[in-house]
Design a protein around this ligand. Structure first.
Ligand code: 5GP
Length: 199
């Protein structure tokens, strides 16, 4: 593990976590869409063995690979951190993250709890962790059901079970954003970004 000296010329790592369906991907996308923030920040694109959902695009939402390919990437040390979520693998590619930091820019990652903890350990001086809280468990269940339409009910139940567990961990994060109103949540995320980027 490389020492993280927190050199000011390097950017920050914004780790956004929260239960499935809490809106973390949308929030990060909206932050990056901001003209000024978008010049300093890009999204990390994870690699996953999960099947593509309808509407998802290869290379945009994820790089979709099979288990064999994922294992090769791990063996070649091209994955910085990885997790197993409901039987599928998800991993953060190492090179784009390191390059972005060396260019003095920041990177945003949407990760599960395991990933957030690992990245915090790897880069303690430059990680900012943000937890997205859904407005209610009922709203979250609805979003998970909507997202998993067409997939099996077992996955829906497992996502809801994991969501309850993840919600208990929000205290570990540097910031918490309640995603009750999307414009308000975006505003809060932008404020955090600029506060941490200026520092
Ligand atoms: P989904 O299947 O809903 O796209 O993702 C499942 C969970 O895995 C979400 O919490 C998502 O943020 C997380 N995730 C996506 N990519 C990665 C990754 O590269 N590493 C880790 N640790 N979690 C990831």
């Amino acid at each position: 593990m490389k020492a993280d000296r927190g050199n000011n010329k390097q950017g920050k790592i914004f780790v956004i976590s929260g239960p499935s369906g809490s809106g973390k991907t949308t929030l990060l996308a909206r932050l990056i869409k901001d003209r000024k923030a978008g010049k300093l920040l890009k999204k990390s694109r994870s690699v996953t063995t999960r099947p593509k959902r309808s509407g998802e695009k290869e290379g945009k939402d994820y790089s979709f690979v099979n288990s064999q390919e994922f294992k090769c990437l791990l063996k070649e040390k091209k994955i910085l951190e990885w997790t197993r979520y409901l039987g599928y693998y998800y991993g953060t590619p190492r090179e784009p993250l390191e390059k972005q930091l060396l260019d003095g820019k920041s990177i945003g990652l949407c990760l599960d709890l395991n990933g957030a903890r690992i990245i915090k350990k790897l880069y303690p001086a430059r990680v900012v962790t943000i937890f997205i809280i859904p407005p209610s468990l009922h709203a979250l269940k609805e979003r998970i059901r909507g997202r998993c339409r067409g997939t099996d009910q077992k996955e829906v139940r497992e996502r809801i079970f994991l969501a309850r567990k993840e919600l208990k961990s929000s205290g570990e994060f540097d910031y918490r954003i309640l995603n009750q109103s999307l414009p308000e949540a975006i505003k809060e995320l932008k404020n955090i970004f600029w506060k941490e980027t200026a520092g």
